[in-house]
Design a binder for this molecule. Structure first.
Ligand code: BGP
Length: 490
């Protein structure tokens, strides 16, 4: 049997971690453009520069804790921001796409920078230069027969929508977003068929994604903003199918497995409650309604969701065509320790003695991938697409310029073996496999460059030094064989 014909072997990236050119071609500022790098291994978080009402400046945790009244995030000229140049796809896209084609990619996942199309987010008319930029990219990909998969929002929000409107808490943001969506759907309807709405929607809880400064202290505002995201995602599906009935519009979630620490029923129950941080989203976006437990949870917390007339119908009518998910690691649930889970950290609070972890504490678990593939397939019976997977690691460049990364090859090989079992033995409908950061990009969680995932090395360090030249790692040649043999040669 093996992987189906036309299986999408490819790779994945995101605009703010890869593109650079943060003000080029009329692009406006996104929240990501005001966030500094951090240091994942020493637990130094990424931060935002704030201008205070009295004219002074202050840096705060990007999750938006304790933002003083009147504070505005801004770009401090003396500080290095990883998104500004990133790994410069903006100027290297032809070279990079040629390298993807050389590897045999059938598909490539990228996100559109919302602020390239609508620099402030609330304009009526789009920025033509921004639209042209993605036209050029899609044309370049299609020239090689590489199918684009576009994430509409990948950890991205125009800064202006956060500072002026309170981001996704404000219902108006749905309209601004839909204007953006309609613009790109109409413009690219003959070039792009596969879409994803919000990247890792289950991690869209902090300032970066929601644009709500008090994200941590106001669960009611977060719940309302999340409702707006879900309505917006459903509207995207409905509108997309009107614009082009052939569109395949998926959701995107981080879907890891969580094991109970042991057979204590309380730990199993803990596992179920932690799992709900994910199944809430997959349920709403696939079944089309809020699960009962969520409504009870909100009620008990005194949260009253403001739903407009028609919202429930929209959720029902806007269920997705496929499920895109990222999978990196698994964690352990126990009543003894509170789960630690943020957008930047998939580290399990409890170590699993059966698994090894990477340098950032992410536990490596190929069998877990087969488990979640089965779980999602059994629960929803929708096509699945692994749109992120991979190993963040520090690579060494040898004197002759070569980069030997057997650890990366081994990680992916083990995961593909389990994918294959899910397809061959369990009958899961799997559309494709897109290793994350197929070319080195900035880390989303830490802003570091040294945490690399790529088959292609980019010369750039954590402080923004490097000439950005590209180099093929050993894994490049390995993945080439995988793509060319449709997963037969591992
Ligand atoms: C996911 C994100 C990606 C990506 C990846 C790896 O959460 O969707 O944007 O970066 O994780 O995470 P990190 O970059 O923190 O290693």
């Amino acid at each position: 049997m093996g992987f189906k014909e036309g299986f999408f072997w490819g790779g994945a990236t995101a605009a703010n971690q890869y593109e650079g050119g943060y003000l080029s071609g009329g692009k406006g500022l996104a929240i990501q453009d005001v966030i500094t790098g951090g240091d994942g291994r020493n637990n130094i978080p990424r931060r935002m520069a704030l201008k205070l009402a009295d004219g002074s400046t202050k840096f705060i945790d990007r999750r938006g804790t304790e933002v003083p009244d009147g504070a505005v995030p801004y770009v401090d000229e003396n500080t290095y921001y990883p998104s500004h140049v990133a790994t410069d796809f903006y100027h290297h896209y032809k070279e990079d796409i040629a390298l993807f084609a050389e590897m045999g990619f059938k598909s490539f996942r990228l996100s559109i920078n919302w602020t390239r199309i609508f620099p402030n987010g609330d304009e009526k008319e789009p920025n033509e230069k921004g639209l042209q930029f993605y036209d050029d990219i899609f044309d370049e990909m299609l020239k090689y027969g590489i199918e684009p998969q576009v994430t509409i929002v990948h950890f991205d929000l125009p800064l202006h929508l956060a500072t002026e409107y309170d981001g996704w808490y404000n219902r108006k943001t749905i309209d601004f977003y839909m204007n953006y969506v309609e613009t790109i759907f109409n413009r690219y309807k003959n070039k792009v068929k596969y879409w994803l709405t919000f990247n890792e929607i289950n991690f869209c809880k902090d300032y970066t994604n929601l644009g709500i400064t008090e994200a941590l202290s106001r669960p009611d505002k977060v719940a309302q903003a999340v409702h707006h995201l879900l309505v917006a995602a459903a509207k995207t599906v409905i509108r997309g199918h009107e614009i082009n009935p052939d569109f395949m519009i998926g959701m995107m979630i981080n879907y890891s497995e969580i094991y109970p620490e042991d057979c204590n029923p309380e730990n199993m129950w803990k596992r179920i409650t932690e799992k709900r941080l994910r199944t809430f989203y997959t349920d709403v976006q696939n079944k089309g309604f809020y699960p009962e437990w969520k409504l009870i949870e909100y009620k008990n917390a005194g949260i009253e969701l403001k739903m407009e007339e028609g919202d429930l119908e929209t959720l029902k009518a806007g269920t997705v065509d496929y499920i895109g998910f990222s999978y990196y690691s698994t964690s352990v649930a126990t009543v003894n320790v509170d789960a630690k889970r943020t957008a930047s950290n998939l580290e399990s609070a409890v170590k699993n003695p059966y698994l090894k972890a990477n340098d950032w504490g992410w536990q490596i678990d190929p069998v877990g991938l087969r488990i979640v593939l089965n779980e999602l397939w059994d629960r929803y019976h929708k096509p699945l697409w692994i749109v992120e997977n991979g190993l963040g690691a520090i690579d060494n460049v040898e004197e002759d310029g070569s980069i030997h990364d057997p650890y990366r090859i081994d990680y992916m090989k083990q995961h593909i073996i389990e994918m294959k079992k899910a397809v061959d033995e369990d009958g899961v409908d799997l559309m494709g496999y897109m290793p994350w950061g197929c070319i080195d990009v900035v880390s989303a969680g830490t802003g570091e460059m040294r945490k690399r995932y790529g088959f292609i090395y980019v010369d750039m360090d954590d402080d923004g030094n490097g000439d950005l030249h590209r180099a093929r790692k050993d894994s490049f040649y390995w993945y080439q064989k995988v793509c060319q043999s449709n997963g037969e040669e591992l």
